[in-house]
Design a protein around this ligand. Structure first.
Ligand code: ISL
Ligand code: CA
Length: 558
């Protein structure tokens, strides 16, 4: 077990557009974040991950970057950014920037040059191909619906875009492009940042020949040809030796479609690639065969299976990241808990479940006050390009039922996570004095940070305690995971073991009472209740007891 600060840390993710607006234009900004650093310090987090703040035309809210070394006008200036970094560092917190280099914006000067002519020096910075029989070069569909190829009249060729057509994919096979990326990363690291979260980094290597998917649909999922592609480890090892290995930093790669075998390589203990990756497997347990929008109820058995697989398979080989929501996912309390009667209890239970697993926990803004999903009446009230493209394909061009698609958006839409952070019960939840770019969730009078800070039993203070416990007990960071009560349909329970200690984590995922029975082979001398979300009699016998709805307890056994 090798000790590392990034294993002991808790990361907090900010989606700057929705965090805090300082100047009344309705858009969150850097000064807004800086004004809330004491709040983050009080929560106790160690690292801040900033979703992209670079110059961008905002086709995908900053994940389409037109200048990697400049700040988005709406978010402020480089001086504002310097001030944010200094504010973090002076409070003992670190900063992780988002690195989006699978693609750039089509307004990046590399692409502006690249599309000019076939012999432009920047042509090979992107992936250009001639059409086939008057159609796209292959049948891949984009993550955001439709073809992954866009025709460009100017040179009579198509360029690849796995995301929106304003996000052309960079050509990692070109060593010049790779060097530009490494130089840019070095520039930020030398400005003093402490790490990178790498956007869809396992998509950077595409299969030779860019073969069509055999699925047979007009536009079909081609993931087998660009997820964990043939040269991805080579590129990451190069990046590691050129850049990452020269700094004491934290890295996490976003890796849709990565298996635990892939992860053991990306996040290997030798440190030749990244520190950890974001898996998506647990985010898929409520999707049917039709993909993300084919919503189905999730099962606790599936959650146990997926999470345990990642815990077991990376043991001794690599490091896990832990998350239940982010800016692309619905709110965890709406998805895995109960955002009605048991909102507070279930939010605390889910937090317990996640933070006691082995790995580095990530908190997404608003999670610490139990923010929930939102339901807007009309499609126009949504902003997200993924939602609009999908709606266009299914309802406007296709014949699917409007209301059915809206219901899927209510469950899975990314804007669930992007409504402004609810700071207090004043107009617009204290997020802005102007008109917010995306409507505030109407439940802000009930759910807001001010109220949480005034209530010692709030979700906020529960997170504060979870984070403190992590600092006090090595076992929470380094203990070995083991699932217990595997077949129980209500309770997810597991142990962590380190030297003579054991941690016993008991989480009731049901909205009703559940009976816990301690496995016979779990023997202990003394026990201490470290954290709990209901009143518990400290002397209560634990060999057999009843858990209340969404109850969670963590015992330290000796
Ligand atoms: O959001 C998703 C599920 O609907 C994913 O498909 C998501 O698009 C994918 O995980 C990649 O996400 C990242 O890259 C995208 C960006 O839109 C996301 O916000 C980002 O997290 C393109 O840069
Ligand atoms: Ca603003």
């Amino acid at each position: 077990m090798e000790k590392k600060w990034w294993k002991e840390s808790v990361v907090y993710q900010i989606y700057p557009r929705s965090f805090k607006d300082s100047n009344g234009d309705g858009i969150g900004d850097l000064k807004g974040i800086t004004s809330k650093l004491d709040y983050l310090k009080e929560l106790g987090i160690d690292v801040l991950w900033l979703s992209p703040v670079y110059k961008s035309p905002n086709d995908d809210n900053g994940y389409d970057i037109s200048d990697y070394q400049a700040i988005m006008d709406e978010f402020g200036t480089m001086e504002d950014w310097d001030e944010l970094l200094a504010g973090l560092h002076s409070r003992g917190m670190k900063m992780m920037m988002d690195l989006v280099v699978n693609h750039s914006s089509d307004e990046h000067h590399w692409f502006v040059e690249s599309r000019k002519s076939k012999d432009n020096p920047y042509r090979d910075y992107y992936i250009w191909r001639p059409g086939k029989d008057g159609q796209e070069p292959n049948n891949w569909t984009s993550f955001f619906s439709g073809s992954a190829w866009q025709y460009d009249e100017h040179t009579d060729e198509y360029f690849l875009h796995l995301f929106s057509k304003k996000q052309p994919d960079l050509n990692w096979e070109n060593p010049k492009l790779r060097q530009e990326v490494y130089d840019m990363m070095t520039w930020w690291l030398d400005k003093g940042i402490d790490g990178f979260r790498m956007d869809v980094i396992n998509l950077i290597s595409k299969a030779d020949g860019l073969p069509s998917s055999p699925g047979g649909k007009r536009y079909d999922w081609g993931g087998d040809y660009f997820m964990n592609g043939p040269r991805v480890h080579e590129y990451l090892q190069e990046m590691n030796s050129e850049v990452l290995s020269k700094y004491d930093m934290i890295t996490v790669g976003e890796c849709p479609g990565a298996s635990t075998e892939d992860a053991a390589q990306y996040a290997n203990n030798e440190g030749t690639e990244l520190n950890m990756i974001f898996t998506f497997e647990h985010m898929d347990i409520d999707s049917g065969p039709g993909g993300k929008w084919d919503v189905k109820p999730w099962k606790l058995a599936d959650l146990k299976e997926v999470m345990s697989k990642w815990q077991y398979d990376l043991e001794g080989k690599g490091w896990n990241s832990l998350y239940l929501n982010n800016h692309d996912q619905p709110r965890m309390v709406s998805r895995f808990g109960d955002d009605g009667s048991y909102r507070v209890e279930s939010a605390k239970m889910l937090a317990t479940f996640l933070h006691m697993l082995k790995g580095t926990p990530y908190i997404y803004q608003g999670e610490e006050i139990g923010m929930t999903n939102v339901r807007f009446d009309s499609i126009e009230e949504y902003n997200d390009i993924e939602i609009h493209n999908m709606y266009g394909e299914k309802v406007i061009e296709g014949n699917e039922d409007h209301q059915r698609v809206m219901e899927a958006i209510y469950v899975k839409g990314r804007d669930n996570a992007r409504t402004p952070v609810q700071w207090d019960d004043s107009e617009n939840a204290g997020f802005t004095t102007g008109t917010p770019w995306l409507k505030v969730n109407p439940n802000y009078k009930e759910i807001n940070a001010k109220k949480a800070l005034e209530d010692k039993d709030s979700i906020f203070y529960y997170y504060q305690k979870l984070i403190q416990l992590r600092k006090e007990h090595d076992i929470i960071v380094y203990g070995k995971y083991e699932l217990i009560l595997e077949d129980n349909e209500q309770i997810y329970a597991y142990t962590r073991s380190l030297a003579d200690e054991k941690l016993l984590v008991i989480c009731n995922f049901a909205g009703e009472n559940a009976t816990f029975t301690l496995p016979n082979d779990l023997k202990y001398g003394s026990r201490e209740l470290l954290i709990h979300n209901y009143e518990v009699d400290a002397h209560e016998e634990i060999s057999n007891f009843v858990l209340k709805p969404y109850e969670a307890r963590v015992y330290l056994l000796n």
